[in-house]
Design a protein around this ligand. Structure first.
Ligand code: ADP
Ligand code: MG
Length: 302
């Protein structure tokens, strides 16, 4: 079974509950408690899967926060509280100091407080962060609410993280351990919390963690629309290729839809339009996503 088939299965099995406004299947869950709503998301980073053993601990701590904050922003929510689950083969003070100080500083920039967690031993490092947020708008931003005719836009250039990761695979181990500014796109991505306040008019939203096409496909599937993209309008990071931008993950930019061009916020670049036929066209050719699937590597089609 593929990762996304499993998630589809979880969505089908999920049970309606009066306090659950949004359950499994979006970037985060939205829970109603009396008149208040709480938005919750979680992500795990695993050694050898999400980072090299040599990856600097500070980069891992920083990124763990960004990947969760990015999911909250994609729901239109502001981070408030976090819990941290650490499973580690050893308790190296130096590693923990670097990891925790980067994690705490990224949480502090997001105005988010660590309120708990759990620490255990394990054969390899597993680092899980759960972030709780507060919605900024009267309705959450969803993957399932794009309409035919909406314009599709992204919040920044894509492919940078994939280009750096490809480079890191080729490097000797000692060079991977450097907190080199050339590796920033993969080592230290920045979730687009700066754009949160501008998202009120979006008709749908997802963050790009698994690749532009893969995440657009999730949005299209849940909104029951297709998409037509123009390659020349897709912003590609310097030193990355269009292929990196289309299929590479971990850029943590936002992908959203708007009723028309006039309401697309500053900072977003229009790359295409939603259409009724449920497939993705790039320059009028059908294109399949090849994002990351945890159980089938990088070449899966979903
Ligand atoms: P994202 O890339 O935005 O973090 P994922 O692809 O990881 O989203 O997950 C998609 C949806 O599936 C989310 O709503 C997530 O909470 C849910 N999900 C993923 N794995 C599980 C699981 N093991 N149990 C319950 N829900 C899950
Ligand atoms: Mg997401």
């Amino acid at each position: 079974m593929r990762e996304f088939e499993f998630i589809d299965d979880l969505m089908r099995r999920s049970v309606a509950h009066p306090n659950v406004e949004v359950g499994i299947g979006d970037d985060a869950a939205v829970l109603k408690l009396d008149s208040k709503r709480l938005v919750v998301t979680t992500d795990t980073m695993v050694e050898h899967v999400h980072f090299f053993s040599e990856t600097p601990a500070a980069c891992i701590g920083h990124k763990l926060v960004q990947m969760n904050v990015s999911d909250l922003v994609a729901m239109g929510a502001k981070p408030k509280f976090a819990t941290l689950n650490l499973s580690l083969p050893s308790m190296s003070s130096d590693w923990l100091e670097a990891f925790m100080s980067a994690l705490n500083s990224a949480l502090s920039v997001a105005d988010c407080v660590l309120v708990g967690g759990n620490t255990t031993s394990s054969a390899q490092m597993h680092l899980g962060l759960t972030v709780f947020g507060e919605p900024l708008f009267s309705k959450p931003l969803l993957r399932s609410t794009a309409s035919v005719g909406d314009v599709i836009a992204v919040s920044g250039s894509l492919g940078g993280a994939a280009a750096v990761l490809n480079q890191l695979y080729e490097l000797p181990i000692e060079l991977r351990a450097l907190d080199n500014p050339d590796y920033t796109a993969w080592h230290r991505p920045t979730a687009r919390l700066d754009l949160l306040a501008s998202l009120a008019e979006a008709t749908s939203m997802i963050d790009i963690s698994d690749g532009l096409l893969q995440d657009l496909a999730h949005l299209c599937q849940q909104s029951r629309v297709g998409a037509e993209l123009i390659s020349a309008s897709i912003p590609v990071t310097d030193n990355a290729t269009l292929n990196d931008a289309l299929h590479g993950g971990e850029d943590y930019q936002l992908l959203g839809t708007w009723r028309d061009l006039s309401v697309v916020p500053t900072g977003f670049r229009v790359i295409g339009r939603c259409v009724s036929e449920e497939r993705i066209l790039l320059d009028q050719q059908v294109i399949e996503p090849k994002g990351w699937d945890h159980f089938h590597g990088a070449e899966s089609n979903n």
